[in-house]
Design a binder for this molecule. Structure first.
Ligand code: AHR
Length: 549
């Protein structure tokens, strides 16, 4: 103790005996330090201005779509356990998973792939005798086909969602795809419709969205843009939806009309400019006999050379991954500009039907199963992407995160009877009020968060009004070290209070596990009014959704 005291006493200035010049020097240093710190303190405050009287495009609910491929434990174990399982289920579909998905109001589920779709033959998955095949794309494992068309439609129905079916343009034929759509949707007593009835569903199914191939420039057939476009025209014409509720009378609109989505670009490679140009140029001059309503875009947050780990990382990897995910905005700008040339009225939606983080497979897992953990970093990443989509809501009218359960950036992880909801799940839950809400522009000076050589906007935000006129605001604090005091300047509405939920956790790599499922869960947050100003303080590395009353 004595030694410590002695050491300290050597560094503490002796005011009593000090001369006046050393006191001046200390005071000078003190004020100098204050001057240096002051801007940093001021930077902790962010003014967000919202003009609630100005509105933009509708944030289409389909931006919150999901993707469920026959891959790893995405379908089998994740959704399907079979009617004889001890795991509580309804007709073979897990009850816990259904309840969790209902709560996030999944607007549509893209199925059966992905790369799997272009090797899928729908007849393998109907009727009492299923064809057992292999899944060469994903680990070469047995595909029992016990989860087929009827099981998928039952699942969609149980979670209250809509079907986005990708047909096989790679190894299949137009004939096969046309038959599948007739089987699913025909209302009249055709042979295929009767077969559907014999298999348990006399009423026609609805198919809300149709994917015409998947990544046809690569795993879907490595086609040239011209070859794909010519195939796509045939599929668009012949693969018909016969459901009476989805028909469109001449000169009229039907909100239930099936959306046909052509394969579009996948990332930033130069070849995708030509691809997008070719498909959109064809669309510009399309005849009455074919049409598309959407162009797909795939973009993962991934470093293909050195995949990032999904657990046990620090601030460096946090900053690098978030920097990479923000490239989504540039890609949307790039491909939207091409679409604008051929479709200035924005009739064709850009549908980002595969997006999310793609990390290294978890040690010990089958590399073909794309198993990864999901951390607070993924929650921030999801919010940043959803905000990008919302800002492009006039053109981006669909998106499907990859993938729903146990694969890549999943909502849900399962292990036999156990289930854990991921940080990304909670982001989707918090964003439910934004589904079909009207975009409201916000302005703010985001500031900068810096780590090593990475600089990122420190704060992100979007606002929207729902059908009853309530104003919702999302604020992401990217900075993992500093809280942000948000001052809300709302015009066009009388803002007196702000309440909602915020999602953060102790560390950037905090995760929810089966044993500790509540490490990253939302908690309530509210703003306060001081001097007539509404402020809300958001924690470091957090996602916050509030309603402003
Ligand atoms: O989501 C995994 C795979 O990524 C999909 O099957 C494919 O479309 C994409 O390359």
């Amino acid at each position: 103790m004595a030694l410590i005291f002695k050491k300290q006493s050597q560094t503490v200035p002796d005011f009593k005996h000090g001369n006046s010049s050393s006191i001046h020097c200390i005071l000078l240093c003190f004020f100098l330090m204050l001057a240096l710190i002051a801007p940093a303190l001021a930077a902790d405050k962010v003014e967000i201005s919202v003009d609630a009287s100005k509105t933009g495009a509708t944030i289409n609910r389909n931006l919150f779509g999901q993707f469920a491929e026959h891959l790893g434990h995405g379908i089998y174990d994740g959704i399907w356990v079979g009617p004889d399982s001890k795991i509580p289920n309804t007709r073979g579909i897990r009850n816990d998973v259904v309840a969790a998905l209902k709560a996030i109001k999944v607007p549509n589920v893209r199925w059966p792939g992905g790369c799997f779709a272009d090797g899928y033959h729908w007849r393998d998955g109907i009727g009492p005798h299923r064809n057992v095949r292999l899944n060469p794309d994903w680990g070469g494992v047995i595909e029992p086909n016990t989860f087929g068309t009827h099981e998928f439609m039952d699942f969609i129905d149980q979670i209250g969602s809509h079907a986005y079916v990708s047909v096989n343009l790679g190894s299949g034929t137009v004939h096969e795809a046309a038959d599948w759509l007739e089987y699913m949707t025909a209302g009249q007593a055709t042979t295929l419709a009767k077969e559907r009835g014999t298999n348990g569903h006399p009423a026609p199914y609805k198919v809300a969205m149709l994917g015409i191939g998947n990544e046809s420039w690569d795993c879907g057939g490595n086609m040239s843009p011209d070859y794909y476009t010519s195939q796509m025209k045939d599929y668009s014409h012949f693969v018909r939806n016969y459901n009476p509720a989805q028909q469109v009378a001449p000169g009229q609109e039907n909100k239930e009309e099936m959306m046909k989505i052509a394969v579009g670009p996948g990332g930033n490679e130069p070849r995708f400019v030509d691809w997008t140009e070719t498909v959109m140029k064809a669309y510009q001059h399309h005849s009455w006999s074919w049409d598309i309503n959407g162009l797909s875009m795939h973009n993962y947050t991934v470093d293909w050379q050195h995949k990032y780990a999904s657990t046990g990382f620090g601030e460096t990897e946090y900053a690098q991954v978030l920097k990479s995910t923000l490239e989504m905005d540039g890609l949307i700008n790039k491909y939207s500009a091409i679409m604008d040339k051929y479709d200035p009225q924005k009739k064709v939606a850009l549908v980002v039907d595969e997006w999310g983080s793609w990390y290294a497979p978890l040690p010990g897992s089958n590399p073909g199963f794309l198993v990864q953990q999901n951390s607070l970093r993924d929650a921030v990443l999801a919010a940043l992407n959803l905000n990008i989509f919302a800002r492009h809501a006039d053109r981006v009218r669909g998106a499907n995160i990859a993938q729903m359960i146990n694969v890549l950036q999943a909502m849900i992880l399962t292990d036999k009877e156990k289930m854990a909801l991921t940080p990304t799940y909670y982001v989707f839950k918090m964003y439910v009020p934004f589904q079909d809400a009207t975009f409201v522009p916000v302005t703010f000076d985001a500031g900068t968060y810096k780590h090593d050589d990475v600089s990122l906007p420190r704060v992100d935000a979007i606002a929207a009004k729902n059908a009853s006129g309530k104003l919702w605001l999302e604020i992401t604090n990217v900075d993992p070290n500093e809280a942000a005091e948000i001052q809300l300047n709302v015009t066009g509405a009388n803002a007196k209070s702000a309440v909602g939920q915020t999602l953060t956790a102790p560390k950037v790599d905090s995760i929810n596990t089966f044993d500790a499922p509540k490490t990253v869960v939302p908690k309530p947050i509210s703003g306060k009014v001081e001097d007539g100003k509404l402020t809300v303080t958001v924690e470091p590395k957090s996602v916050t959704v509030i309603s402003v009353e």
